[in-house]
Design a protein around this ligand. Structure first.
Ligand SMILES: Nc1ncnc2c1ncn2[C@@H]1O[C@H](COP(=O)(O)OP(=O)(O)OP(=O)(O)O)[C@@H](O)[C@H]1O
Length: 227
């Protein structure tokens, strides 16, 4: 078995500098390991720190203590202490992230928003667009929308473009923050299929899934956070 993510004794407290330095302790002793081929679900009540932990794993949020080791280029990289260039490399080649909302880039058509992570690792334009088209079809984005920038798309359409983008480059590690929150049953089923396929390709996934059906269909294990 290959450990793709190792988290040891991670702690996070937010400090609200603009509100008198109020401290919000989120978690104090988070430890977990994620192996290749599994989908670990972060589970717990609202405010328990699930999204915060995902953001820490992606290097978007600095923990106060502990370590996060991410498998990259055959070694483990401590993402909380890595320099920004190394974080960019890890995100390009080793770790993808589907956030709750698409950060649409103005004027870039949906097809290229999805193809971009592949272009970033040197995949030729036609191949990258072919993979993007496959994913957009699978996620039922009508072809007439592919050449338009997603800024005007509905919430559900934007989320599906976001999911297609997250799955495009087949990163060995994928973080998913409520990817099915604004989707109907048919699209939820497509996302379940993509996750099951990623597991069968021995990729490692960590996700937050509020939908019971999705959680039960994809989770290999639950990591409970008490808050
Ligand atoms: N950027 C931030 N600055 C300050 N406090 C924050 C910030 N982000 C989250 N928090 C606080 O940290 C706690 C954990 O939030 P987080 O979003 O990680 O929880 P969650 O388990 O994902 O919740 P939910 O299930 O409702 O999405 C909350 O009390 C929240 O108010």
């Amino acid at each position: 078995m290959t450990a793709m993510i190792e988290v040891d004794d991670l702690s996070k407290t937010y400090v609200l500098h603009t509100q008198g330095g109020v401290e919000i302790p989120v978690f104090a002793d988070a430890s977990l390991t994620v192996e290749a081929g599994e989908c670990l679900t972060l589970h717990g009540p609202s405010g328990a720190g699930k999204s915060t932990l995902l953001r820490c794993l992606y290097g978007n949020c600095k923990p106060n203590g502990g370590a996060i080791r991410i498998h990259h280029d055959g070694a483990m990289v401590d993402i909380a202490r890595a320099d920004p260039r190394q974080v960019i490399e890890v995100r390009k080649r080793s770790m993808g992230y589907v956030s709750q909302f698409l950060r649409a880039i103005p004027r870039v058509p949906a097809l290229d928003v999805v193809a971009e992570p592949l272009r970033a690792i040197g995949v030729p334009l036609d191949q990258a667009r072919q993979r993007a088209a496959e994913l957009l079809s699978r996620l039922r984005i009508p072809e007439r929308l592919w050449s338009l920038a997603p800024a005007t798309f509905s919430g559900g359409e934007q989320q599906r473009v976001n999911i297609a983008r997250g799955f495009a480059a087949r990163h060995p590690i994928l973080l998913l923050d409520e990817p099915t929150a604004s989707l109907d049953a048919e699209n939820r089923a497509q996302v379940i299929d993509l996750i099951v396929e990623a597991k069968s390709e021995k990729r490692a996934l960590v996700g937050v899934f509020h939908d019971d059906e999705v959680r039960e269909a994809v989770s290999t294990r639950l990591h409970t956070m008490r808050g």
